[in-house]
Design a protein around this ligand. Sequence first.
Ligand SMILES: C[S@@+](CC[C@H](N)C(=O)[O-])C[C@H]1O[C@@H](n2cnc3c(N)ncnc32)[C@H](O)[C@@H]1O
Length: 198
Amino acid sequence: MTAATVTTTPAPMNIWDVYWGLRVEQCPCDVHFVEWLEEQGVSGKRIYHFGTGGHHYVGIRCAEPELDCTVLGITASPKEYDSFVKLATENPTITKTYSAYFGDIYTSNARLLPRFDIVTLFHSCEFRHAMNDAYGALTDLEVMRLFTAQTDAGGHILFYTGSFAYAAAETVIAEWAASSPVREVAAFKTLRVFAKTA
Ligand SMILES: C[S@@+](CC[C@H](N)C(=O)[O-])C[C@H]1O[C@@H](n2cnc3c(N)ncnc32)[C@H](O)[C@@H]1O
């Protein structure tokens, strides 16, 4: 290294340093989502899920033959990711339909993503802070637009009205809905359901 070399420490990822078990009273979005899938008679769909939790409820339930959906889930929690490694190790069959990855949804890149039929954005506006700006992360609106683009026409994008950040998310959702090929088609328990129209 020469004297002129400048070294900088990259900004660390804004991880979620918590393990979230299934707490249906406090946060029923994942359970409501699976109930919505069941009510719709959904089967064989490709799902993207924002916020696996350490319980991996969506991935596990969607692997059941009645739903038979694939789920790609993201977690920003190292402990939750560890719990996916344990789940996959003990039950490798689940990896045929469920994969969880560790990352920040705000650094998503379309070139790393497949197409989806259903996208959950339940935790919009909950966890994006100035810390994410330090590494050029996307905004919530940009994430909504990116995952809308990854969703096939006729697919669905869902939001969670019980989120502690819903007041902020509601404003962003309104801006996204007004500028995207989507139409709100249903309210299901705590969830808002949009269909992609084109
Ligand atoms: C409160 S937990 C809810 C988990 C689950 N959806 C539930 O309702 O039980 C929030 C989830 O969002 C994930 N999360 C938080 N910030 C994230 C980020 N920037 N990118 C991806 N996932 C994130 C956490 O890892 C965690 O799984």
